[in-house]
Design a protein around this ligand. Structure first.
Ligand SMILES: [Zn+2]
Length: 196
């Protein structure tokens, strides 16, 4: 018996095609979306994404310039349009890069400068001791191609205003939905004006 190959994103489409009541449509312009009708109001699922900028208008695909905070040396940092943490910054390269090893020395050096810039702004606006979380998402290291995996970092200060901690509320834990008490455009403006 032949050894089964690893799953590909297209396999998920084939499985969806075989399910009853599902149909393929588009949303956000031309993003392939699986629709599942449910008592009159359907639900849509986007199963994988193409390379994209981090702060775009979902209706038009245009960059939200008012969410952009920093652009430098092949990288950009923007407040997501629906962040989980009010002053969260999504830091991503201008072009598709799957992971840190593939970024190469120049782009990695640019990332270092970007992190210094971003953390300086966070410290200036939220306070020099503001706690933050920093994590990277990138291609799984299993040797496969993963064309939809884009290197990016999340910088998430645990504050919702200077001197005010951001506490996760019971409803956020209970419902799995984050509330954002700060307008993301206002958060981006604060971080833009906190440059060195
Ligand atoms: Zn991510």
């Amino acid at each position: 018996m032949a050894r089964p190959r690893k799953a590909r994103p297209q396999d998920v489409d084939e499985i969806c095609t075989g399910l009853p009541h599902t149909r393929l449509a588009t949303s956000w312009g031309d993003v392939p979306t699986w629709l599942v009708p449910e008592e009159g109001k359907g639900r849509g699922f986007v199963l994988y994404r193409r390379p994209h900028k981090t702060a775009v208008d979902p209706a038009t695909g245009e960059m939200y310039d008012d969410l952009l905070v920093i652009r430098r040396a092949g990288w950009q940092a923007a407040v997501p349009w629906a962040p989980s943490w009010p002053y969260e910054l999504l830091i991503s390269p201008d072009r598709h890069v799957p992971d840190l090893p593939a970024a190469g020395p120049d782009l990695r050096a640019g990332l270092g400068a970007m992190l210094v810039d971003a953390l300086t702004r966070v410290g200036r606006f939220l306070g020099p001791d503001a706690p933050y979380m920093l994590w990277f998402h990138q291609r799984p290291a299993d040797g496969d191609d993963w064309p939809a995996a884009h290197l990016h970092a999340h910088l998430a200060p645990a504050m919702r205003a200077p001197g005010v901690r951001r506490h996760l509320a019971a409803a956020e834990f209970g419902a799995g939905v984050f509330f954002d008490p700060v307008d993301p455009r206002q958060a981006a403006a604060h971080l833009r004006s906190a440059s060195a």
